[in-house]
Design a protein around this ligand. Structure first.
Ligand SMILES: [Zn+2]
Length: 249
């Protein structure tokens, strides 16, 4: 079975409500390839390694969370960007990328997927942000939640806070969202989980008493694109393969 390039673009724009987001990159088809798509490779980031995998697997499309053409970057197609785009064009591979729409989607998004991986109960979002909050599965401590995250995400999770403190309420935002910790402090939750950590985040967590868990940018953002690929595979009877290329952050 197959789907056309434009049908897939239209379907994903509608499913992910792309027009509702003001983003730092274009969401949708970023690089045009073959008109007929029988096989899609999904992954977190459109790195050269992922492109090489897609070529090796004879895919006609790559679907990612982190694509190209970010606001503020050099617009010239040169260097690493040239090599990546040249490889896509040479092999007639379409590149579809969905950033904020894939963080936020109510069933397939990174944030909801993280909650379901950990068995957390979603109670709402923190104000107008992408961050969600809710309850952990049972009662955790700093140490047990660090261990559960480490096992679930297969990532060396950094925990800032007391090991023996009890944790019942949690807020989270996948990726680079460590500064959402401030919103979590205002909301009064016990813990905040995100992907990355900066020096300032350590002090903010310790002085506020809100536990902070840095669970990996890549590791927390696998869920959305993987779930989206599985959805497409069922919906259109095409072949979709998620390729995980873990990194240390
Ligand atoms: Zn990200």
């Amino acid at each position: 079975m197959a789907i056309s390039r434009s049908d897939l673009d239209t379907y994903l724009a509608d499913l992910l409500k792309v027009e509702k987001f003001k983003d730092y990159c274009p969401n949708g088809l970023q690089v045009e390839g073959s008109n007929v798509i029988e096989k899609i490779v999904t992954g977190v980031t459109a790195s050269q390694r992922l492109i090489d995998e897609a070529i090796a697997h004879n895919a006609q499309a790559i679907l990612v969370h982190h694509g190209y053409f970010w606001k503020g970057e050099n617009q010239a197609i040169a260097g690493i960007k040239k090599s990546r785009i040249a490889a896509l064009l040479e092999h007639d591979i379409n590149l579809y990328a969905y950033h904020l729409p894939l963080d936020a989607h109510e069933t397939l998004g990174n944030n909801v997927q993280l909650a379901s991986q950990l068995g957390w109960q979603v109670q709402g979002s923190l104000g107008q942000s992408l961050s969600l909050f809710g309850k952990v599965d049972g009662l955790e401590t700093g140490a047990t939640l660090q261990r559960k995250l480490t096992e679930a995400l297969d990532f060396d999770v950094i925990h800032i806070g007391e090991e023996n403190d009890e944790i019942e309420t949690v807020a989270w935002c996948t990726g680079a969202a460590q500064d959402e910790l401030e919103r979590a402090i205002e909301a009064g939750v016990d813990a905040f989980v995100s992907g990355e950590i900066s020096e300032r985040t350590v002090h903010l967590a310790l002085e506020s008493g809100v536990h902070y868990f840095a669970a990996g940018h890549h590791a927390t953002e696998r869920g959305g694109v993987k779930a989206l690929g599985e959805h497409l595979e069922q919906r259109f009877d095409i072949e979709v393969q998620f390729i995980d290329l873990p990194i240390p952050v």
